[in-house]
Write a protein that binds this ligand. Structure first.
Ligand code: ZN
Ligand code: ZN
Length: 895
């Protein structure tokens, strides 16, 4: 079913689908566009074309159709006060990071705020009816248009006007009436300027008619009336019809200000200040001409460069003016837009990275830096962030709290980009031919080289218009996991005993048993879920090895056999295992909040795993953790354990829980049920969680982080133990520490002894040299020195065990200096080995080289040795051959 067919059907019956009370009362006329034949409703008598094909398109630029001027934040105040005085509740915006939907990273429309997925169905939950919300929405598929077209943003405020027709809410008539009065009464647009165009909307299995409203060719909003379910061949009216009117706040501000672009009035004074700072001559008459032409040409060409070429031609703008004014302005527009988006995304807990939704944030920050570099704009990023938050906090006061965190993240991420520039430069310099869109995507995905960088480096002149669309399609939605199919049709939901009395021994009836699986009518076995591992134990005497939930049915996997269907069986849960798992689960909550307190507001649980004797928590964080950070997290966690804070569990209606605690409760992901189980450790940690928990924090005894690791870009893993395991870990760790310190002491003592011996040896060396000089034979013999003389050859050796390597090296050296005819040989034990050191005096070495002697002698000792003619060493392991070794040396010297 296509939109075209639905539109044809609805437009064939305008009385039923489009004609609202307002059109009747005010005398709106229904016309068909002379160019495209679309139907529209107007009070303007001379209007023959739809807004897309009218001559007055974008004529508000430089000539706004209202007397009042409202910039961005003022425009919201006008919208809000209008709807509030007309019975609407003004609701604060929802996070831009869409924590309550599995299929979206970011909030893309105001209606998404109220959509909750239950199985394959989308249900709507409104905190009030009717309501209005200033919802910041992020959209990345038109990124290349941002800054260029005058009206495209990477994030914008969607004014969401939502209503369910019932005692409080309204349907089409009142909706269109309100929208018309908002534009005419509140904003002061002439009634003849408002045009409603017939359209339809379809998605998610439902559809309905819609009326888009335009002023001067600009679509201000679209009122969608979601009314039917199914498709054209077979559909029925929805039980819950919904009005989904979304309007662009940026457009409302722009049309009353009449500035050349929407960027000039939607960032308060920031754009103007930057233009001034950059010294750009922003001749407003020229800009009005150029951007009006851009707006007109946007519908005519697909390719953005064609749009620009034609616009500058029709506006009569020279190359010089494009270069000096338009290009730098486009850069400034891009910078202010992208920074605003990053502020919202980071404030709501998203981090730039190379995975998931973080992709878009990283690429935007890199665009900002590349653009500044390319245009030599020297802006202070922190100043722009401050100015934006100062301006936005009027509408979004919550941004104040994350001001510092936003700056931290942007600084870290900018630093990373600058560090990778050298590598990017190398890659860019190797590109010789024009890269295709796929090449560009690959370059970014695998090497982090952005097309904006290539533009900055003049490798490409333009970024292909499909690049960002393609990239954002690749990274838009998350994949959901598939579960293996187990035949459970017709079985009743399992009664879950672990949420109530939680008996560790119970009887239950076998509803189904097949292969190795058993389904009971009730169970106290916790089924794997939320990162908590399943219980083990026994069912009818068989070991329970795994437990999983399939929908609301718990399936137990047994080992060794299965009971018969219809039997009543006795079941025992392994309570020791459960206790260990439970302690680790509560500890995960404590560590999660401790990490956020220590590191920053961007910390969210990415995933978690809790076993009997260990657990891990993956958190979103930009860098690997330092030892100091780890200790701080651990200290805070254990302080909370000591405080013995009660862990309370309460069930809430999902909408109530979200309003009361915010979306922080979704640490473990979305909750696909209407009633959420809130686990709170006072206000330190509040999470929606289906796991088992201790009664009070002291029950977890102790939390020890055993290891941390950066497991992917933007995600850090904390491995930890709690309870008994933590106590044992600490004991073992302490024993290890004691052992290590004993080893250290022993080593220190050995070193000290060696030093002392060295000191003694030094004195001894002098003493012995004197004895040799004086040929004090008795003293030499007492020191176990042997001197063998044959003609002019002299061989001196000692086997005195008191001498070590240090002694022999230094003594021998001096001795042969004193008498160059001597060959000196010191032989000594060193642990399991026997070592030998040989010095040959200058003259003696001419006869026999020290190296040769060491080699031969070592062979006898069962080892190896060698050196130069005057000094050599060696040894072996055969201590019994010492005498033989000495004799060999002697005979070599004297023989
Ligand atoms: Zn038309
Ligand atoms: Zn939990």
């Amino acid at each position: 079913m296509g939109k075209k067919e639905i539109l044809e059907k609805f437009s064939a019956d305008p009385e039923r689908y489009y004609k609202v009370r307002l059109f009747e009362e005010k005398g709106f006329e229904r016309k068909s566009c002379a160019t495209c034949h679309r139907y529209f409703w107007t009070m303007g008598e001379n209007r023959t074309n739809c807004p897309d094909h009218s001559d007055d398109t974008y004529s508000f630029i430089g000539n706004p159709p209202t007397k009042k001027r409202f910039d961005y934040t003022q425009a919201w105040k006008e919208v809000e006060s209008f709807f509030v005085k007309n019975g609407h509740t003004s609701v604060s915006r929802y996070p831009v990071v869409c924590r309550w939907r599995d299929d979206l990273y970011f909030t893309i429309a105001s209606i998404v705020d109220f959509q909750r997925v239950m199985g394959s169905k989308v249900v709507f939950e409104f905190p009030a009816n009717p309501l209005v919300v200033p919802q910041t929405c992020l959209r990345f598929k038109d990124l290349e248009n941002v800054g260029v077209t005058g009206k495209h943003f990477s994030s914008f405020c969607m004014i969401g006007q939502h209503s369910i027709p019932n005692d409080h809410g309204y349907w089409k008539d009142k909706c269109v009436d309100l929208d018309y009065r908002l534009v005419t009464e509140q904003f002061g647009v002439d009634k003849n300027e408002v045009v409603f165009v017939e359209d339809v909307w379809e998605g998610g299995g439902s559809f309905g008619s819609s009326l888009e409203f335009f002023v001067k060719g600009v679509e201000l909003g679209n009122a969608v009336f979601t009314e039917f379910q199914g498709d054209l061949s077979s559909y029925k009216t929805l039980d819950q019809k919904i009005i989904d009117m979304g309007a662009g706040l940026e457009r409302f501000a722009w049309i009353t200000m009449g500035t050349p672009t929407a960027y000039d009035c939607c960032f308060g004074p920031i754009t103007g200040n930057l233009v001034q700072q950059a010294g750009i001559d922003a001749n407003s008459e020229l800009l009005v001409r150029y951007f009006t032409e851009i707006a007109k040409n946007l519908n005519r060409f697909v390719d953005l460069s064609e749009v620009r070429k034609n616009a500058s031609k029709s506006a009569g703008i020279s190359e010089e003016q494009i270069k000096k004014t338009i290009i730098p302005l486009e850069g400034i527009y891009l910078i202010v837009d992208h920074i605003r988006t990053l502020i919202f995304a980071i404030s709501d807990g998203a981090l730039p990275s190379n995975v998931g939704g973080g992709y878009n944030l990283r690429i935007m920050l890199r665009r900002i830096i590349s653009t500044m570099d390319r245009l030599a704009l020297k802006f202070d990023m922190n100043e722009i962030i401050d100015a934006q938050i100062d301006y936005l906090k009027n509408t979004y006061p919550e941004l104040e709290k994350t001001r510092k965190d936003v700056k931290t993240i942007i600084e870290i991420e900018s630093g990373r980009y600058k560090n990778s520039k050298l590598r990017m430069q190398k890659i860019a310099s190797k590109l010789n031919q024009k890269p295709t869109v796929d090449d560009l995507i690959r370059l970014y995905e695998s090497d982090g080289v952005t097309p904006d960088y290539l533009k900055e480096m003049n490798v490409i002149s333009e970024i292909p218009s499909t690049f960002y669309t393609k990239l954002s399609e690749l990274h838009q939605s998350k994949k959901s996991e598939k579960q293996e199919h187990i035949p459970l049709e017709g079985l009743a939901e399992t009664e879950l005993l672990y949420y109530d009395k939680d008996p560790k021994e119970f009887d239950a009836k076998v509803l189904k048993s097949f292969d190795k699986y058993v389904v009971l009518d009730r169970t106290s076995f916790y089924a794997r879920g939320g990162g908590q591992e399943p219980d083990h134990g026994k069912i009818a005497g068989f070991d329970v090895v795994d437990v999983n939930k399939h929908g609301n049915i718990v399936v137990h996997e047994l080992k060794g056999g299965i009971p018969k269907e219809g039997e009543t069986v006795s079941c025992v849960v392994d309570s020791k295992r459960r206790e260990g798992i439970t302690k680790h689960h509560t500890s995960t909550h404590i560590l999660n909040s401790s990490s956020r307190n220590v590191l920053g507001s961007w910390v969210w649980q990415h995933s978690a795993f809790k076993e009997e004797d260990h657990a891990r928590l993956d958190i979103t964080h930009h860098s690997a953790l330092t030892d100091e950070e780890v200790s701080k997290i651990e200290e805070l966690a254990n302080a909370k354990v000591k405080e013995n804070i009660p862990v309370t569990i309460q069930n809430f209606d999902r909408g109530t829980a979200e309003q009361k605690y915010g979306f922080r409760i979704y640490q473990g992901g979305i909750v696909p049920v209407k009633s959420v189980r809130i686990v709170s450790i006072e206000d330190f940690d509040i999470e929606a969680c289906g796991g088992t928990h201790v009664k009070s924090t002291k029950d977890v005894e102790l939390i020890k982080i055993t290891r941390t690791k950066r497991i992917q870009d933007g995600v850090v893993r904390l491995e930890f133990v709690a309870g008994k395991t933590a106590q044992e870990y600490v004991k073992k760790h302490e024993a290890e520490l004691t052992k290590a310190s004993a080893e250290q002491t022993a080593k220190e003592q050995r070193d000290k002894l060696r030093e002392e011996r060295k000191e003694q040896a030094r004195e001894k060396i002098l003493d012995l040299l004197r004895q040799f000089y004086e040929m004090d034979v008795k003293a030499l013999r007492d020191n176990k020195f042997h001197l063998v003389v044959d003609k002019s050859r002299k061989f001196v050796f000692t086997t005195n065990d008191q001498f070590d390597e240090y002694f022999h090296i230094n003594f021998g050296k001096e001795l042969v200096k004193q008498d160059p005819r001597i060959v000196y040989c010191g032989i000594f034990d060193e642990g399991e080995k026997v070592r030998i050191i040989i010095h040959a005096g200058e003259e003696a070495s001419k006869n026999k080289k020290a190296g040769d002697i060491a080699k031969a002698v070592s062979q006898i000792l069962g080892g190896s040795g060698g050196g130069n003619p005057e000094f050599a060493q060696g040894g072996g392991s055969d201590k019994s051959k010492k005498d033989e070794a000495i004799n060999k040396a002697k005979s070599m010297v004297l023989g």
